[in-house]
Design a binder for this molecule. Sequence first.
Ligand code: PAF
Length: 278
Amino acid sequence: MKVIETISDMQTQSLEWRRQGFRIGVVPTMGALHDGHLSLLELANAKADKTILTIFVNPTQFAPGEDLDKYPRTFEQDKTLCEEYGADAVFFPSVEEMYIPNASTWVNEEVLSQGYCGADRPTHFRGVTTIVTKLYNAVLPDVAVFGEKDYQQLQVLKKMTADLNFPIEVVPGKIWREESGLAMSSRNRYLSESEKEAALAIYKSLHMAADEVTEGTDLIKVRQQIFARIVDAGGKIDYVETVDSETLEAVDTANGGIRCLIAAHFGPARLLDNMQLN
Ligand code: PAF
């Protein structure tokens, strides 16, 4: 497995693989890999001939005061896992490599990125869409795999990829959960055992919501129940929304596909989770 640190070396390698007729898959990550990331890598391996996992803690998607500095960086361990799970290359650029000083160009998706995490973290998605565009340009992939745990991010990136005519298939990977049901996240490392236990209220309330919707309970009541359960467990809620699973529009009646999106703080971690309710 190759470790590649510069954009030009990455492009040279990808162009060579493309010339040889290989289909290239990319799994963009910020490292601190867990089983969820590795399931995305396996999905990419199944969809492509050559797989590149990118590791880059992207400063532009963190606002001042967020956890950029303490975000876990575990490169040696990540590299071993990538090798074990069959990546052909890890792209591991520095901040200076990815961002030219005084760069003044951004990529913005202006509809799906607006509410939910976009409302709580106003510059977050601009950072995500910009870095993913730059990673696409470095890796030149045919397929890009993103996890459903960051459901709004997935929809924003699908839209950006289509809107900008990237010839790239975006493939969603399922949420990977710890045995308890807690959605896997690099930020789970910030939690103590008791905070993890409390945070399970998110998963349990999503399950309850899916059952309630099957029984015909209206979505306003379902959201109130979720809210109460998370607050009872000590969580601080950023949002609980029921949305159309494609357009992300908030909905109160279950006509099409409904996804419930949750962001809540437990201890030092802001956790995201979501579930299809029907
Ligand atoms: O989901 C993530 O880990 C990041 O937002 C991504 C897509 C790698 C962009 O930095």
